[in-house]
Design a protein around this ligand. Structure first.
Ligand SMILES: NC(=O)c1ccc[n+]([C@@H]2O[C@H](COP(=O)([O-])OP(=O)(O)OC[C@H]3O[C@@H](n4cnc5c(N)ncnc54)[C@H](O)[C@@H]3O)[C@@H](O)[C@H]2O)c1
Length: 437
């Protein structure tokens, strides 16, 4: 089978390499020339553990290549996966679907044979029908071009593993032929035991939005409990552990911290609310608006705590921010709580120095006015407060005793709640972690 993967960001890179690993001939389509060049050299244009070797393996074998030319894939591929971005629309909470529609408008006029177009991008419910209408209107093959939606649940930092071994497969299809085709594409994980849910198009679209809305709710829930813990002297990490043993609740997404961020949850939650508004479903909006507010409040809470720990002064103070990525294991800085906090502290007048093991280049692009250090220790030099905002293992491995000699004031705010608190305290640090006594 021949597979086209259109759009090669975090989703499309993993998808194209994964499809090649499943044994198919794959062409990835990308309009960004810089990305394209890297990919054709077998290099990922982003940091994702395990992705580089997988790309290289299949580019070298000739099974995987990348192009910007849609004529190479249109009638070549048996299945076209759409993996274009769906960011938040500027000035609105809605999803910006222009990338998805640009893919459709570039592909459709070239489709002269029957084929299957499968959306993997996260989209508001109803989008797949709009995609279908656009395809049928513009494609010479007309209604012989079939649309399916197959939302993807990969987690950045585990993208390769999640692509090769998905925890579930959701096939939003309109025919048995489309289902059979998708079962063929995913034969390897299905044989391994990945469960398959076959459903209609709106259900498939809602599964993804619903999953992200639920995860965001769970994260904001534990962060609200962190506030309760602060008000009472309880420890939110133990609270999460004890709650998590209840299998109706589960331990996943119960880590209190600076709140969720990244290229998915924040914008997907808002797009979900926006669509609920268009559909007149007020319950969803009421619930999720609170979730979003609690999430934003976490960032403000860290800034307030920093101010308190600096003795109520910003000017003349040096603040170190450990972490720029929205979570560990990725270089993705989209809507990163770490960079947001860094930016807010800088706006208050403090001198902010940032270090991240993988996300420096991306961070510099979106926050060029922050200062960047080349190591964590360097970033901490002469600091009046150190903020631990992304949970990279190497930050946990820092030696608090050695770091004590580098800073001006040994104050650490462990917003991720995963440093070794007794070790930092024993080394003479004032250790604060919102949600822990
Ligand atoms: N990032 C994740 O972990 C993840 C997980 C599941 C689902 N998703 C969803 O997948 C979609 C893509 O997310 P992403 O993080 O990969 O986004 P991204 O912005 O990293 O990647 C999108 C890519 O599509 C390319 N593109 C845009 N228009 C194009 C066109 N007309 N032709 C060819 N390429 C085009 C862009 O240049 C870019 O490289 C989104 O809807 C997202 O919500 C993402």
């Amino acid at each position: 089978m021949r597979i086209a993967v259109i759009g090669t960001g975090y989703l499309g890179c993993n998808t194209s390499a994964g499809m090649a690993e499943f044994g198919f001939d794959v062409i990835g389509v990308e309009i960004d020339e810089h990305r394209l060049k890297l990919l054709n050299d077998g290099k990922a244009p982003l940091y994702e553990p395990g992705l580089d070797p997988l790309l290289k393996k299949h580019v070298d074998s000739g099974r995987l290549r990348f192009t910007s030319d849609y004529t190479e894939i249109a009638d070549w591929a048996d299945v076209h996966f759409i993996c274009a971005g769906t960011p938040q629309l500027e000035g609105s909470e809605a999803a910006d679907l222009s990338q998805v529609y640009s893919v459709v408008d570039m592909l459709a006029p070239l489709l002269t044979e029957p084929t299957l177009v499968v959306g993997r991008s996260t989209v508001p419910v109803g989008t797949s029908k709009a995609v279908e209408e656009r395809l049928h209107r513009q494609a010479p093959a007309g209604s012989a071009v079939e649309v399916a939606w197959q939302p993807e649940f990969l987690r950045e930092a585990h993208g390769v593993e999640d692509t090769l071994h998905p925890d579930r497969l959701v096939f939003g299809v309109q025919s048995e032929a489309a289902e059979a085709r998708l079962r063929e594409v995913f034969a390897t994980p299905i044989e391994e035991g990945s469960p398959v849910v076959v459903c209609n198009l709106p259900t498939a679209e809602l599964v993804k939005g619903g999953a992200n809305a639920f995860l965001a709710t769970k994260i904001s829930f534990i962060n609200a409990l962190a506030e309760m813990a602060d008000a009472t002297g309880a420890d939110v990490t133990q609270l999460a552990e004890a709650l998590g043993y209840d299998n109706r609740i589960g331990r996943g997404a119960l880590n209190a911290g600076p709140g969720y961020g990244g290229g998915c949850l924040p914008k997907d939650l808002r797009a979900f609310m926006h669509r609920a508004g268009e559909l007149g479903v007020e319950e969803v909006i009421t619930l999720l608006r609170e979730v979003d507010d609690i999430n934003q409040h976490r960032r403000a809470r860290i800034v307030d705590l920093t101010h308190e720990m600096l003795g109520g002064q910003w000017i003349g103070k040096n603040v170190t921010v450990l972490g720029a990525a929205f979570k560990a294991g990725t270089d993705d800085v989209r809507d990163s709580p770490a960079l947001d906090v860094a930016g807010r502290v800088q706006l208050h007048g403090a001198n902010v120095t940032v270090f991240d093991p993988e996300a420096m280049e991306n961070a510099r692009k979106v926050r060029p006015t922050l200062r960047y250090a080349s190591t964590a220790v360097e970033a901490c030099r002469e600091a009046h407060a150190v903020l631990h905002l992304t949970e990279w293992p190497e930050f946990r491995q820092l030696d608090p005793a050695a770091l004590r000699d580098v800073v001006t004031n040994p104050v650490v705010i462990d917003a991720r709640l995963n440093l070794d608190a007794p070790a930092w305290r024993a080394a003479g640090w004032t250790y604060r972690a919102p949600g822990r006594p």
